[in-house]
Design a protein around this ligand. Sequence first.
Ligand code: NAD
Length: 254
Amino acid sequence: MNIQGQAALVTGGASGLGEATARELARLGARVAVLDVNTALAEKVAAEIGGIACACDITNTDSVNAALDKAAAAHGPARILMNVAGIGSAKRIVGKDGNAAPLEDFVRVVNVNLIGTYNISRLYAAQCAKLDPLEGGERGVMLFTASVAAFDGQVGQQAYSASKSGLVGMTLPMARDLAQHGIRVCTIAPGLFATPLLKELPEAIQQSLAASIPFPPRLGKPSEFAELACHIVANGHLNGEVIRLDGALRMAPR
Ligand SMILES: NC(=O)c1ccc[n+]([C@@H]2O[C@H](COP(=O)([O-])OP(=O)(O)OC[C@H]3O[C@@H](n4cnc5c(N)ncnc54)[C@H](O)[C@@H]3O)[C@@H](O)[C@H]2O)c1
């Protein structure tokens, strides 16, 4: 799909990998809606890229519908949905105090990362399926953002890894399901990227994380994620696939 002139939605577009993706889409000529719970940051990014900010909690169906409506009113129906919003967590299943991890933590992470992504994807897909097909019968493209933790989750990452491997598992059936509508679905599983989350860590920890990456031995740049996300949109034969973007990193147990 040619990105130029398309309307695009980016969840988590106010920060980190989502922000970089929103900027790259805009650079390539898309009309970009930045969907995020952080409305102040979403407004800032949207203003800088000539896009629109839409307050959106992906776990809340009313909120998602309102954001999809606002984006469509401003830019027309979207052909591109970049699901980048997500949250992290680290909790041992049996804590140092001997108590079981609180269930709420697991539910919260799975609810945002997996169920929230599914929620906006299903609502978006139903709208996209009604659009006229483009050349070759294509109607739209969806991206999920997993993590290498879907495959090699570390100690304490049960909730995060479960949520991200859920996205990995959903990729092929979603692509098969939406094939009849001409909508492609792919997933990127990033390794370690220099987003606000990691940049807050002490410099020494950042350096040791970077050194654990075989090549290149540095944190990934959000722009590298954004380039792959946009390539997935542009390359019409990429579908139903999960791509690790990690410099050959395999996470150690801890
Ligand atoms: N940074 C990394 O190294 C890394 C590695 C692997 C996977 N990831 C994944 O990439 C994605 C982006 O990570 P990041 O590092 O850019 O994080 P980030 O915290 O910088 O950005 C995430 C954005 O998602 C938004 N968000 C959170 N919950 C939301 C909700 N319910 N509805 C709408 N928006 C919501 C946040 O407000 C924030 O703007 C996440 O899914 C994360 O799990 C990141």
